[in-house]
Design a protein around this ligand. Structure first.
Ligand code: ZN
Length: 407
């Protein structure tokens, strides 16, 4: 072999060696820098409802361009029967290399409890039978039996024919609310019970001028009465008067925070706020849940027509739906026809309009200007007691008097 040939062969060998080294280096570099890649199907964070449940969307994996999805291992803690946040870990191992990916799944509860009205959503009662709420049950997918948390409202007047609505509602601990309404029909002609009973009712008080005299008289004759009060501000004397009335066996009803027709009869919400604001105040100051109310001007008033046409027809339903019994009167003492109406006239009007064959609700007032009402009261009571009438304070389980609605 000539020197020239030897040189050429060595050159070839070195070239091959260099190429091999480059190839080996390239392969090593490729392996060194290539990792498995995991691609999750669906979102990295997911929210699913208990009702729909969790369906694993899976993932794919590659190593360079090689599909290695079959090597994926899924570790899931998801329990879609229980509200919570769960982690799912996807792991792929290939050629001694590992890649992981994580998904966060929140299982939430969007299902309200199942609310079932015992005896169905419509019941009928006979007038005078009284309404005993058959109640309801509620089962929730996360909380279980939540029947004890069911709330309801709606006043059924068993003495007045008509359809009454009682609302029921309950929420689970995730704020999903179920609602149901029951209609209670009072059918047939009203049975007039409590014949020969007199309910004395005083509107527009309490007054430090008049109410105290009235209470003295009631105490003297041991007779209860009902006071439909208006706002008394922060007047501690008035609060004391009302407490005294309650102690004597009287009842306190709602006339409304304000007595201004233009304000209260402007709209249904305005009127209801006027009622509930006084209800809450009485609850705070006297610890009572006042549930009887009287419309300023009575439910038959026409003055409300000037401020909102048809409002009384809506209000008589609305107050009952909100759980109040409203009552008008069927004996007018006439003390609202002016101030200082002569005592004799007041007594005469009561005597003429009371009837031992009926249940008598007498309208009177105890605002500052009604001093003659307080003066007439002893004579009225004496006469009624002689005639054999029995006095009762109005309550939600006693009959109410409803006028015909005129607006
Ligand atoms: Zn009034």
């Amino acid at each position: 072999m000539t020197d020239k040939k030897k040189k050429s062969l060595r050159f070839k060998l070195i070239t091959i060696l260099i190429i091999l080294l480059v190839l080996a280096g390239g392969a090593f570099t490729f392996y060194w820098y290539t990792t498995p890649q995991i691609t999750m199907n669906g979102e990295k964070t997911m929210e699913v409802t208990m009702k729909d449940g969790y369906q694993e969307p899976g993932a794919t994996a590659t190593f360079s361009f090689h599909d290695i999805s079959e090597h994926i291992r899924i570790d899931s803690q998801v329990n879609d029967d229980k509200v919570g946040t769960y982690k799912i870990i996807y792991t792929v191992e290939y050629l001694d290399k590992t890649a992981t990916a994580e998904r966060i799944v929140s299982v939430i509860d969007k299902e309200p409890p199942e609310l079932t009205l015992t005896d169905g959503d419509h019941v009928s009662i006979r007038p005078g039978d009284g309404f005993k709420d058959p109640g309801a049950t509620a089962i929730d997918d996360s909380d279980g039996d939540v029947s004890a948390q069911i709330e309801s409202k709606g006043f059924v007047d068993p003495y007045n024919k008509g359809d009454y609505e009682v609302d029921y509602w309950v929420s689970d601990s995730y704020g999903n609310e179920a609602k149901a309404t029951r209609t209670v029909s009072v059918e047939g002609e009203p049975v007039r019970e409590y014949k020969g009973v007199i309910c004395l009712t005083f509107d527009d008080g309490p007054s430090t001028e008049v109410t105290e005299d009235i209470l003295k008289t009631l105490e003297k004759y041991e007779v209860p009465a009902t006071f439909f009060v208006v706002d008394y501000g922060n007047d501690q004397d008035k609060i004391k008067l009302m407490k005294r009335a309650l102690k004597d066996g009287c009842t306190i009803g709602i006339h409304g925070t304000s007595h201004s027709y233009s304000k209260i009869y402007a709209s249904v919400p305005d009127f209801m706020n006027n009622v509930t604001s006084l209800h809450d105040k009485l609850q705070q100051d006297l610890g009572i849940d006042a549930r009887i109310m009287r419309f300023p001007g009575g439910s038959s008033n026409t003055v409300s027509r000037d401020y909102c046409k048809g409002i009384m027809s809506d209000l008589v339903k609305e107050v009952q739906k909100e759980g109040y019994m409203y009552t008008d009167w069927n004996v007018d003492s006439t003390d609202a026809s002016g101030n200082n109406i002569p005592v004799k006239k007041l007594i005469k009007s009561v005597k003429e309009n009371c009837d031992p064959e009926k249940y008598n609700v007498i309208l009177m007032h105890d605002s500052d200007a009604k001093k003659t009402t307080a003066e007439a009261l002893p004579k009225i009571i004496e006469w009624a007691q002689e005639e054999g009438y029995e006095f009762k304070a109005m309550r939600t389980d006693l009959p109410s008097i409803h006028h015909r609605v005129n607006n």
